[in-house]
Design a protein around this ligand. Structure first.
Ligand code: MRU
Length: 345
């Protein structure tokens, strides 16, 4: 049985509590959209596609929580819930994408009953579609990888960052499913270790040959021929091909360029933001305690100043290709990304 990161069950949202991994596999259950908002903020659920679907499920809970008697009152209630859910994390565009899609569905309904049924159905469909999109993306990307490749990945863009299967790790899964032998190098991904806690856990659990390295060993691994290719996920890609992803991605991409190693990004179309310019994207700044300690252990002096950006921007000239469910695109990105959407219409 394949575990789902986030799921709608008996009118509740059920998710894996990712803050407890890899030590415990715990499921949490919510019946209030405020709990879902807290879960997104506190990284109980994280990863761009997973928070997009969680936001949508949050609105589905809001529909059930509301005691509005008119359509207009219910839409106002949902607008407020949308705002609370949206304000949890600023960088991944999938969150706003998922929330807006649900709001559109709600606004086009004619009655309270229709809103209830349609919103829940749409959120459930979004979750199912996410898995299919990841599988298609995986197949599209798998042709770029060869037998015996060792693939580096950063952060967690796996099943745990989506509903199931994963984006970057979905590509690695599909490569293996196509009969090629591959090894994976996972970076630890400080400060909160999505690489060691989640990627190493997920890949080991699923029988992959995975080695964990500290983030500081990226250069060593590339300089010493331990890596053939890199694939990472994304939280937002703007139309010029600038990719926003977990802090440290830019360093990995720069190092890959230095060593002539192909650097791929795997992301669904819902991660592409055609409206914002690169310098308009908000980089989430997180609390200093994530840097001044590891778990409960303090690793820095009291009251030291901390700068803790959660994401960085990788410019298009460092990116060999962007893998999507509609195909793989490469430079010049402004043209190739736009084509993905034209063909989509
Ligand atoms: O802070 P996180 O853990 O939500 O950051 C996640 C990432 O940066 C992932 O690489 C990204 O969301 C792609 S997930 C398919």
């Amino acid at each position: 049985m394949v575990l789902k990161t986030v799921e709608w069950k008996n009118n509740k949202v059920v998710m894996i509590d990712q803050t407890k991994l890899p030590n415990e596999l715990v499921f949490v259950e919510f019946d209030d959209f405020n709990q879902v908002a807290d879960a997104i903020k506190n990284l109980v659920v994280r990863g761009a596609p997973a928070i997009g679907v969680s936001g949508a499920f949050g609105l589905a809970l809001a529909v059930l929580q509301s005691d509005a008697e008119t359509k207009q009152d219910l839409i106002s209630y949902l607008e407020n819930a949308r705002k609370i859910l949206f304000e949890t994390r600023p960088t991944a565009i999938n969150l706003g994408w998922g929330l807006n899609k649900i709001m559109d569905v709600a606004k086009h309904c004619n009655s309270i009953q229709e809103i209830k049924e349609s919103v829940i159905a749409e959120a459930k469909k979004m979750a199912e579609d996410d898995i299919e999109i990841n599988k298609t993306m995986g197949k599209n990307g798998s042709v770029l990888f060869d037998n015996n490749d060792t693939i580096m990945t950063h952060c967690n863009a796996g099943a745990l960052a989506t509903v199931a299967y994963g984006t970057a790790l979905g590509v690695i899964r599909a490569t293996k499913e196509s009969g090629k032998q591959v090894k994976v190098i996972a970076t630890e991904t400080r400060p909160i270790q999505q690489g060691s806690r989640l990627t190493a856990f997920e890949l080991q659990h699923d029988g992959f040959d995975v080695s964990l390295i500290p983030d500081t060993a990226v250069g060593y691994s590339m300089a010493n021929g331990l890596v053939n290719k890199v694939v990472v996920g994304a939280d937002r890609i703007v139309k010029t091909g600038h990719v926003f992803n977990k802090i440290g991605t830019y360093q990995v991409a720069t190092m890959a360029k230095q060593h002539g190693i192909p650097f791929y990004v795997a992301a669904p179309l819902s991660t592409i933001d055609l409206k914002s310019k690169a310098d308009e994207v908000i980089i989430e700044m997180r609390k200093g305690s994530e840097v001044t300690g590891i778990g409960d252990k303090k690793t820095a002096p009291d009251d030291v100043n901390v700068i803790n950006p959660a994401f960085d921007m990788t410019p298009p000239e460092l990116i060999t290709g962007i893998i999507t469910e509609k195909g793989v695109v490469s430079s010049p990105y402004e043209e190739s990304i736009q084509k993905l959407f034209d063909e989509n219409n």
